[in-house]
Write a new protein. Structure first.
Length: 573
């Protein structure tokens, strides 16, 4: 069976048979000590035990929720689902034993038949999920050796069968699960292998959460695909000690590692304080930056800061992707370094590209080359016609890596995954919602059609944040909230403008309201507000259909600002 025809369950079975003692995954604690290790043989055996348990309780195509703290049990559970042909649904683990509202909405949407988790999480997770959906079967994967069921022989799966659901941030009541097939995974894994120049010696180091596409598909599945070792650590360990990431790269002689823009900025900020550990980053060949937009200043500062530690600017590897395309869409060339262009800022505002000539320039960092396995078009989102070379348009993608659609959302699937481009009958495209242009084969992402907020490389739907804010205190006006991001000294920051209820203007305590909002946003979205503006009723502009005009709110915030509410504000609205 050729690599292109193999699916991930076949790959794991093969590696377990040929190199059972080979180290597949290593999980480091916050002191950089090896807390857990999984060989190919151990992963295969434990995944078979999970699959045997699932096969006796679930049917093919049933969903299983994966709820795990950072560690390797998640990987065991994921491959157990693949072997049993049960659809894995990774979700954010509870924080301080509190399940997030987004997780509850995912449960309502996918209706899991089983929950795979850690033994310590079962009681609190079950009590949170039961009012939403009764899940009949619960498995503590860390206790699977005590209940291993023998004799299970996985049936071959087909390329078009569903491997897992990758949930993205959707509307306030209906998060959307991207349906990723086994064929999508295999196609994108091979694209990543070729684009990144990987082989079995390409050791990985990663800290991204495993329930996100970058952590799972990039840092877990790609190393298995190529037969390399993956060194993993907790996201919180990185947040607290960013240079621990670089130390692990140096120690394990990693070939590939990366993250969103904020990860590189965090390392530069921490290095400026001193106390840099002994590092040799000369081993690092692919330092991928998967944010959009990628900040040229971030790339430059990181390269300059760590040049004396063996890091080369040519190692920087900008790329672009999204869950709807499984993961990767475009990628740089190994050893080439980033590309930038100076674009006329006024022309970009009109969705045109022109080289800057009058000093009013915007530096754009490229997000990599269009890969041979796909078709990428820049399309006018209104006319559905391909744009001329000098025009900015929506990025449309076609290829075997494009996912099947959204779970149980036929209209959204048609709108997003079945777009047809004028002049190309019979071919359908994924509409990414991102705006870009292609210059000399390089994709430059310049904005987005959809109102996403991107903080530290993660996408957040503003409606979700607004819903959280408005629900956090009785004094807040429903339908009177705008969430957006603005560029600050350290990257994008989240801003929320919220109207107070008219009958609460003199009654509510501003400190209580502020604390409630900030706590709710941290609890539900793991985000800190960069700025919170409490304003008077009717100050936010709306469309004729009553929708908040976020672009107008952002413009007013940056220019004149809003009337700030205080308990002593005058009564006239």
């Amino acid at each position: 069976m050729t690599r292109q025809k193999m699916l991930l369950p076949d790959v794991l079975r093969g590696r377990a048979a040929l190199e059972p003692t080979g180290r597949a995954y290593v999980f480091l604690d916050e002191y950089e000590k090896e807390k857990e290790v999984l060989t190919y043989g151990e992963l295969h055996a434990r995944a078979l035990a999970v699959a045997g348990w699932l096969s006796r309780r679930c049917g093919a195509g049933d969903r299983a929720l994966l709820v795990f703290p950072p560690g390797l049990d998640f990987i065991v559970a994921y491959f157990g689902c693949l072997y049993a042909q049960v659809v894995a649904v990774p979700v954010n683990p509870p924080r301080k034993q509190q399940v997030q509202d987004t997780t509850l909405r995912i449960v309502r949407d996918c209706e899991p038949s089983a929950v795979l988790t850690a033994n310590a999480m079962i009681e609190s997770t079950r009590s949170a999920l039961e009012p939403v959906h009764t899940v009949p079967h619960w498995l503590p994967v860390d206790r699977i050796t005590d209940m291993a069921e023998t004799g299970f022989d996985p049936s071959p799966c087909s390329a078009d069968s569903i491997a897992f659901l990758q949930y993205t941030s959707g509307s306030t009541s209906d998060p959307k699960g991207v349906v990723v097939s086994h064929g999508n995974l295999a196609a994108n894994q091979e694209m990543i292998r070729q684009a990144f120049g990987h082989d079995r010696n390409s050791t990985f180091v990663g800290w991204a959460p495993l329930f996100h596409d970058q952590g799972l598909i990039g840092n877990v599945l790609q190393p298995l695909w190529i037969g390399a070792t993956s060194i993993l650590m907790s996201p919180m360990a990185f947040i607290r000690w960013p240079l621990l990431w670089l130390s692990a790269i140096s120690r394990y002689r990693a070939h590939t590692s990366g993250g969103p823009n904020f990860a590189f900025d965090a390392c530069v900020t921490r290095a400026a304080r001193g106390d840099i550990p002994e590092l040799d980053l000369s081993c690092w060949k692919v330092a991928f930056n998967g944010a959009e937009p990628i900040r040229p200043e971030t790339l430059r500062r990181f390269a300059e800061t760590f040049a004396s530690y063996g890091f080369s600017e040519k190692t920087l590897y900008p790329c672009y992707g999204l869950a709807e395309a499984t993961l990767l869409v475009t990628g740089s060339q190994k050893g080439r370094g980033p590309r930038t262009i100076e674009a006329d800022a006024d022309a970009l505002g009109d969705r045109r590209y022109a080289e800057a000539s009058n000093g009013h320039a915007r530096t754009l960092a490229g997000s990599g080359l269009i890969l041979p396995e796909e078709t990428l078009r820049i399309v006018d989102p209104e006319t559905k016609r391909p744009c001329p070379a000098d025009r900015v348009g929506e990025i449309w993608v076609a290829g075997e890596h494009v996912a099947q659609g959204y779970w149980r959302c036929p209209q959204a699937t048609t709108d997003t995954f079945r777009a047809t481009c004028d002049g190309e009958p019979g071919r359908t495209y994924l509409r990414t919602g991102d705006l870009g242009l292609v210059v000399d084969g390089e994709l430059y992402v310049v904005g987005r059609l959809k109102d996403l907020v991107i903080i530290r490389g993660r996408n957040y739907c503003p409606q979700d944040i607004e819903h959280t804010v408005q629900s956090s205190h009785d004094a807040l006006r429903s339908g009177g909230c705008a969430a957006f991001s603005v560029l600050g000294p350290d990257g994008e920051k989240l801003v929320v403008v919220q109207e107070i209820r008219g009958d609460q203007r003199r009654k509510a305590d501003v400190r209580d309201v502020t604390a409630s909002i900030r706590a709710a946003v941290v609890r539900e979205h793991d985000l800190s507000l960069g700025d919170l503006v409490l304003t008077l009723p009717g100050r936010l502009q709306k469309t004729s259909s009553g929708k908040i005009m976020r672009a107008a709110a952002r413009k007013r915030y940056l220019e004149a600002g809003f009337d700030t509410w205080t308990p002593a504000a005058p009564s006239a609205a």
